[in-house]
Design a protein around this ligand. Structure first.
Ligand code: HEM
Length: 368
């Protein structure tokens, strides 16, 4: 099947197995009228539902004296599993639109995390849109047309493209590897377990507010890898940094990728096999906080300030309450993670992702 339904209880692109490519877009609103924001979401809803089915964004594409409604580069292409996932940024709840009383309690600003080197041009946004597809041209087309529709109401603030190994490069369904060469995604919760997803991802009626019910919170971190430094470190160092073997992806001391980590396992000298500051050990903590990671690799050419590759992980995760899930994990990692020698966070954004849309409804209904 080449298409993923746009309409449903939850937005697509969250539990959806990650497609090959991402084109992420953060928008800032230029209007100050909440009715215009609401109108934008209505038009975006229809355009997105059309694109998810491989149709043109609108009907007027053949009038010689008008610019075509759809920009055309996806004409004749199948939708390639296109998903378009929308969320509201914290700034949507500032004084401009009178929405501050509707800001969810769980949707707090992130604290400053130790060691981050955030650059404003990679941060924030009134609206976040995660576009994923198995074809980059299809994904780009979606972002471009959303931006075109928004003209006069919202402008792009930043965008980031990303990739993983494609399905044609590996037909075995193996966990993809990140740019540090390690399998990434092994420890994710099981997205087929509906009860677990209600526990960890979807906002429940008791959580409030009503307009977020069946929605979720997205955390985005643009994380640069110091690739040149990593490439000079030994295999043993690399493996103790993560706490897993590079080849198999198994936790240190174990055989297979999906074997549970044994935190009490010791080496011959009595020291823990998985070091106290290993990434998986710290990220796991006491096993209290869990998130659904849905990250992509990125590569943006050379950082002109340093002459080094601007490449890394475009980290995205979903959780039901960032105060209890993403934030405590990231606080532990920021402080002590062995990986910090090889990475730094240069972008950050948070979005409250709307519930899914029913046929006839629109994104953000209940809020806008
Ligand atoms: C696990 C890589 C940043 C949270 C892992 C694993 C790798 C990895 C290779 C082991 C395999 C797996 O379970 O997927 C990276 C890299 C990062 C990064 C390269 C930055 C460039 C982060 C951040 C967070 C995070 C920012 C959250 C704040 C986790 C969690 C696990 C994990 C929760 C699973 C731990 C468990 O098994 O319970 N990561 N990660 N990671 N990572 Fe990261």
């Amino acid at each position: 099947n080449v298409s993923i339904p746009f309409y449903g209880t939850n937005q697509a692109g969250i539990l959806t197995p990650p497609q090959n490519f991402i084109c992420f877009a953060a928008f800032d609103l230029t209007t100050t009228r909440v009715e215009e924001v609401s109108k934008l979401f209505r038009v975006w809803t229809e355009a997105s539902a059309n694109m998810a089915e491989g149709r043109m964004v609108g009907p007027d594409n053949d009038k010689p004296n008008l610019p075509p409604e759809d920009t055309g580069e996806a004409a004749g292409l199948n939708p390639n599993q296109l998903t378009i996932t929308f969320g509201a940024g914290p700034t949507l709840f500032d004084e401009r639109f009178g929405l501050s009383a509707k800001r969810p309690e769980a949707f707090v600003d992130f604290p400053r995390f130790a060691g981050e080197k955030l650059r404003p041009e990679w941060c924030g946004g009134d609206i976040g849109v995660q576009v994923c597809a198995d074809d980059m041209q299809v994904a780009f087309h979606a972002v471009r047309n959303l931006a075109r529709i928004a003209r006069g109401t919202a402008v792009l603030k930043w965008t980031q493209e990303g990739f993983q190994r494609t399905a044609t490069a590996s037909n075995s369904g193996e966990t993809p590897r990140n740019l540090l060469g390690f399998k990434d995604g092994t420890g994710n919760p099981d997205t087929n377990d509906a009860k677990l997803m209600n526990d960890l991802i979807w906002v429940q009626p008791s959580d409030g507010p009503d307009w977020m019910r069946n929605g979720t919170y997205m955390a985005v971190r643009r994380i640069r890898m110091r690739i040149e430094v990593w490439d000079r470190s030994t295999l043993k160092d690399q493996e103790s940094t993560f706490g897993r073997y590079r080849k198999s992806g198994a936790p240190l001391g174990e055989q297979n990728e999906f074997d549970p980590m044994r935190l009490d396992a010791q080496g011959p000298d009595g020291s823990p096999l998985i070091p106290a500051n290993a990434h998986i050990r710290l990220a796991h903590g006491e096993g209290q906080e869990k998130i659904l990671r849905r990250s992509y690799s990125y590569s943006n050419g050379i950082d002109l300030q340093t002459g080094q590759l601007d490449a890394g992980l475009f980290f995205i995760c979903y959780n039901r309450d960032p105060r209890k899930q993403f934030i405590p994990i990231q606080q532990r990692l920021a402080k002590n993670d062995a990986l910090n020698e090889y990475i730094f966070h240069m972008g950050s954004a948070a979005f409250a992702c709307f519930p899914g849309v029913r046929q006839g409804g629109y994104l953000g209904e209940g809020l806008l």
